[in-house]
Design a protein around this ligand. Structure first.
Ligand code: GLC
Length: 716
């Protein structure tokens, strides 16, 4: 439904003006002083400067000063003085940087996700940004893919819950409100399934699998009012997503009733030629417009060929008006026609960006993101009387923001965090040269390890801070090897030889291959990249100020050779039950189970589950279980409820997360957790791709992770 204002504009705008609204260019085309990085391959665009005044939106201009300038200049030149839409990648923070989305997923706390997005929205709104290209709803099962850091992991339910929280956090009740922005869910669809984890690679799967696993989180974003959808670079079923009529027209627009704007990813319209789908720019424009892509990001086919396509009847002016109408309606919903600068304010930037209140919240969320993978009891450490050796390239590094974050000078290193939280201990850092990124010529840590470690053999405990460079994670950062560098592994072995407890802390945007290092450690923390407060949060956990509660949102493989590896798999006809039977679905050189399963994480408390009760009431499954804290330490447990549909009109996953509850238990406290499962929650796409519930036998599995559950069967 378009407003009178938009109707009148459409009636009065020239075709060139309309096509300009359907183009998005990087900030450098509007402002010579812009310093933002190109987020895609630089290529020569074919338009003349005279046409710049028609452009309708700008990519990644992120300061109030620059955005006020760009908006003022553009509106003066634009024939109808239509305001620009200022969009950007605010993925896990604008100025205050929060944990990477994968680490937010590990919190299993949607309120934490929402809070991080609320603060990100406020900070970028006062910098003049109107829309963020977030959340990324791509389901990921293969950690070779660098953008796994940008996802919430491998589970459709957890992804959907986090995506919903993110959209709510960014958009609030109205995107016109102060400190609220529009949200764009990406990358539609299934970019996380790039074959072999190789960036931008092909995606090919059945529609059943697509709908069962990969589409739910995007659908959840649409159901929760997301204002924009970005198409993925990849093909699905042999058609590039930006021109994929089945997924865009049949599913997104017609089945899901999406009324918002669709934008391409960076140059993806042009790249349909490279894919071998469009024969030239003209056909690229035709196919993307006809599929329903409203804005072409950083390529120029619409501007240069739409008029010809219209004259040839290959595209209609009604399609152009429909797309431009949606774009103008989004600007109207943001209030840009009344106030084109919205919340942009240099004064408010000083007030809100990286303020203490935001950093305090970032620390609390970071605390909840750290996964305790191993602990022989060495953790938590005492806060006094210890001499702690901190070794490795992340011992004193402040480059702990992760991909998609503009680094600031206020991050807290591990060493600083330890000194902040436990100043009465002594700390010494050695072998702490920074890693170099592989893209700029990887340099491993120096190999003077043995000699250097001798200097700290009087320490009581050694913390080994190792991982991957933050630039070796994120977009265009796929890897075939998930191990630490050779000398970082040597550092672990050599530290162990000091015969002192070794605590390994992993700084990474993905699960790493660490199984072979475990015998040389006493405790392992998955630290991810947490942003500003990383050092403080790690210290909060190391010294027990925060009892670790995070759970893995993605499977941790024993070997990269197992990937893709995920908990909610189909059973096969010969599942590996770790028997000696030869003819089973397994490897002969590696166990088929993960190192750590989805949902796994340790605590300083000890939780025990007992007395699972499952009944059917009014066509619903009521499941209850007792959870007891068997320790003297208060802690938070994430009670996970999985379901298995034993048989169906198609094979069904061996487990599906359907609900989770986070409970705080005092020492020796016992509570009963109750889950309600409805037939609606058990629906799936059957062999005819109909969304149905099928009666039959179900197994209810409740526990602390996807592999450790108490089970009960019911007939529904
Ligand atoms: C990049 C990414 C996308 C991002 C866009 C704009 O290539 O794929 O996630 O939002 O370009 O920077």
């Amino acid at each position: 439904m378009i407003s009178q204002r938009v109707k009148e504009l459409l009636a009065d705008m020239s075709l060139e003006e309309k096509l300009g609204q359907m183009i998005q260019l990087q900030a450098r085309y509007f402002c010579e002083e812009d310093t933002s990085e190109l987020t895609g391959p630089g290529q020569k665009l074919e338009f003349v400067n005279e046409q710049i005044k028609y452009m309708g939106s700008v990519l990644n201009s992120k300061t109030a000063k620059q955005n006020i300038t760009i908006q003022t200049q553009q509106m003066e030149k634009q024939p109808h003085h239509i305001p620009m839409l200022i969009m950007g990648d605010v993925i896990h923070g604008h100025a205050t940087i929060f944990p990477i989305p994968l680490a937010i997923g590990a919190t299993f706390n949607t309120e934490a996700c929402k809070m991080a997005c609320e603060i990100s929205a406020l900070e970028c709104a006062v910098s003049g940004v109107h829309l963020t290209f977030s959340p990324m709803a791509d389901l990921v099962r293969d950690s070779r893919w660098g953008r796994v850091m940008e996802s919430y992991g491998e589970d459709p339910f957890l992804n959907s819950q986090m995506v919903k929280a993110a959209v709510e956090g960014y958009q609030g009740d109205s995107i016109k409100d102060f400190g609220k922005i529009a949200s764009c869910v990406k990358h539609f669809a299934a970019y996380g399934a790039s074959e072999a984890g190789r960036e931008y690679n092909s995606v090919d799967m059945s529609e059943g699998t697509l709908r069962e696993y990969y589409l739910p989180a995007y659908k959840c974003a649409v159901e929760n009012g997301v204002k924009m959808v970005m198409t993925a670079f990849n093909i699905v079923d042999r058609v590039p997503m930006v021109a994929n009529r089945h997924l865009l027209q049949d599913i997104l627009y017609n089945e899901w009733k999406f009324k918002g704007v669709v934008i391409s990813d960076f140059a993806a319209v042009y790249e349909t030629i490279v894919h071998g789908y469009s024969k030239d720019r003209k056909q690229a424009a035709e196919r993307a417009i006809n599929a329903g892509c409203d804005i072409e990001m950083m390529s120029d086919t619409y501007l240069n060929y739409a008029e010809e396509l219209i004259s040839e009847g290959r595209v209609s002016i009604e399609q152009i008006d429909h797309a431009v109408g949606k774009i103008l309606m989004l600007k109207e919903e943001l209030g840009l026609f009344e106030n084109p600068y919205k919340d942009a304010s240099e004064l408010n930037e000083k007030k809100y960006l990286l303020c203490d209140a935001h950093k305090k919240i970032a620390r609390k969320i970071s605390d909840q993101s750290i996964v305790l993978l191993e602990n022989d009891g060495i953790l938590p450490l005492k806060k006094d009387g210890l001499k702690i050796g901190i070794v490795g390239p992340f011992a004193t590094s402040k480059h702990v923001f992760g991909a998609w974050a503009k680094e600031n000078n206020q991050s807290v290193s591990l060493m600083e965090g330890i000194n902040n939280v436990a100043p009465n201990n002594k700390t010494v850092a050695i072998i702490n040269d920074e890693l170099e990124a592989r893209l700029t010529g990887f340099i491993d840590i120096k190999d003077s390890i043995h000699k250097d470690l001798e200097t700290i053999k009087d320490c009581d405990v050694i913390i080994v801070a190792v991982g991957e460079h933050e630039k070796d994670s994120g977009e265009a950062a796929s890897k075939v090897n998930l191990r630490l560098s050779e000398n970082q592994e040597k550092l672990v072995y050599e530290a162990y030889k000091l015969e002192k407890p070794v605590i390994m802390v992993l700084f990474s945007g993905r699960p790493m291959e660490i199984g072979h290092l475990l015998p040389f450690t006493n405790a392992v923390l998955q630290g991810w990249f947490l942003g500003n407060e990383m050092g403080n949060a790690l210290a909060d956990v190391i010294f027990g100020d925060y009892n670790p509660s995070a759970r893995l949102p993605i499977t941790y493989p024993r070997s990269v050779g197992q990937l893709p590896l995920y908990y909610n798999a189909y059973n096969t006809g010969r599942p590996d039950l770790e028997s000696n039977e030869k003819h089973m679905s397994k490897y002969i050189d590696c166990a088929s189970t993960p190192l750590y399963p989805f949902g796994y994480g340790l605590s300083y408390s000890r939780f025990e589950y007992d007395n699972l009760r499952v009944v059917i009431e009014d066509d619903k499954i009521i499941a209850e279980i007792d959870v007891e804290n068997k320790s003297g330490i208060k802690g938070k447990e994430t009670v996970q409820c999985y379901v298995r549909d034993i048989s169906g009109s198609v094979v069904r996953p061996v487990a599906e997360l359907k609900a989770f509850q986070q409970i705080e238990l005092n020492p020796y406290e016992k509570v009963s957790c109750k889950f309600l499962l409805t037939k609606e929650m058990l629906k799936f796409h059957n062999d005819q791709l109909e969304w149905v519930f099928e009666s039959g036998e179900y197994e209810i599995m409740i526990g602390c992770n996807s592999s450790q559950t108490t089970k009960a069967k019911v007939i529904l």
